[in-house]
Design a binder for this molecule. Structure first.
Ligand SMILES: *[C@@H]1O[C@H](CO)[C@@H](O)[C@H](O)[C@H]1NC(C)=O
Length: 396
């Protein structure tokens, strides 16, 4: 059966490579599916244009964008990964239900930005789930390094020895980052990690059953190095070695425990009978609320209004009174100003009287001597002074 399935698969892959663009791949439910998008095959499509530019062949960065036809993303079970434009891309995943998906692969030349589109039809056919499954964590790997079929076979061979059976299929391959793993430091020796799940018709081997023992679980929770008997270590390549403490066994033949029946909460009606709506709640007296929210603020507002009005008009009266008083003062001022002007007029009438000596220029206050203001330019500063008396003095 399995051999027949894989022959079918190889035939379809062969057909794919023959007919290129519109390939159809037939895969069974519950087995891992990987499809490598080879840069080599797609590069030829760009080659003519790149040759035109350079006249020689060189490596072209190519990226792939994959989506389900008429949808923005891939089907739920299918993932795409490509580490770098100079690496191949991979479509991978495990279908869970039969059906047909049309995948569009847009190939983009990152140098010339030429693009073209391939279509891939994936037909998923039903198949029985493998009853015994085990999941292994491979710490020293990255998803792209595990997906090439050669590496998958290496890992499968090791696990076949561990399981002690040839009848083993890889069921699922997942990136540890998709399961809450951390992005490793960019240092040699740090890897993202990959989970590989395999399934078989055969029950777990003695080595695998060790995982179920309480001793093994105690060692793992204590964080100690798990001691595995030498006969159970089958990693031919160090980077394919499994992490024993992250190994999990799934026995799908055991019926899943029934989920507990839901407990009924209150408020669920008895079946049958009519629905009697509850009585409308007793009417409530809203008058106190009305008083508090409307009347009290209104009264306060009115009081404030009156207070403000009183202050405004009362104070205005006061202002008028004060104004009257200032008027009186101003009147008195006016009167005195009149008097003063009269006084000044009288004084101005007596201008003939010689002004006090101290107001005269060239008056020596100590000797009382009066220098005769010589109309010479030896004292130009003083002459230049704008003295109201400077005109009259020489005449005197
Ligand atoms: C494969 O693994 C991924 C990640 O753990 C999970 O989401 C998916 O359901 C698995 N598929 C199957 C068929 O078990």
């Amino acid at each position: 059966m399995a051999g027949c399935g894989s022959w079918l698969f190889f035939l379809t892959v062969f057909a794919v490579s023959l007919f290129g663009a519109n390939a159809e791949i037939i895969i069974p439910v519950g087995k891992v599916f990987t499809h490598e998008l080879m840069r080599e095959t797609f590069r030829n499509d760009f080659e003519s244009s790149t040759r035109l530019y350079t006249g020689r062949w060189y490596d072209v960065p190519i990226i792939f964008k994959c989506n389900m036809q008429n949808f923005p993303d891939l089907p739920e079970w299918l993932r795409f990964t490509q580490r770098h434009p100079f690496d191949n891309g991979f479509l991978y995943g495990t279908p869970t239900s039969p059906g047909k998906s049309i995948i569009e692969i847009n190939v983009i030349n990152k140098q010339s930005y030429d693009t073209f589109r391939h279509t891939l039809v994936i037909r998923v056919i039903p198949e029985k789930m493998l009853p015994y499954q085990a999941e292994f964590f491979i710490k020293l790997r990255e998803i792209e390094k595990v997906l090439p079929s050669s590496v998958q076979n290496e890992i499968k061979q090791d696990l076949q020895k561990l399981w002690n059976t040839e009848a083993l299929e890889i069921v699922n391959i997942t990136n540890a980052l998709d399961r809450g793993g951390r992005v490793p430091l960019p240092i040699a020796g740090h890897f993202e990690g990959v989970y590989v799940k395999v399934g078989s018709e055969r029950y777990f081997s003695k080595c695998l059953q060790r995982v179920l023992t309480s001793e093994h679980q105690r060692q793992c929770t204590a964080g100690a190095r798990v001691k595995v008997p030498g006969g159970c270590n089958f990693c031919s390549i160090p980077s394919n070695c499994i992490t024993w403490c992250k190994t999990a066994l799934f026995d799908l033949t055991k019926a899943e425990p029934e989920p507990p029946a839901p407990t009924m909460g209150s408020g669920i009606l008895e079946s049958g009978g009519e629905f009697n709506p509850p009585e409308s709640p007793p009417s409530r007296d809203y008058f106190p609320d009305y008083i508090v929210t409307v009347i009290v603020p209104l009264v306060l507002a009115i009081i404030l209004c009156l207070l403000l009005a009183y202050i405004m008009f009362g104070r205005r009266e006061g202002v008028a009174k004060r104004n009257a008083r200032t008027n009186q003062i101003q009147m008195y001022h006016h009167h005195t100003v009149h008097g003063n002007t009269d006084e000044l007029r009288i004084m101005a009438g007596n201008r003939g009287v010689s002004p006090p000596l101290s107001t005269l220029p060239m008056f020596n206050s100590r000797t009382g001597e009066r220098a005769s203001p010589l109309p010479s330019d030896s004292i130009p500063l003083i002459m230049a002074q704008h003295d109201p008396y400077s005109d009259t003095l020489p005449r005197k």
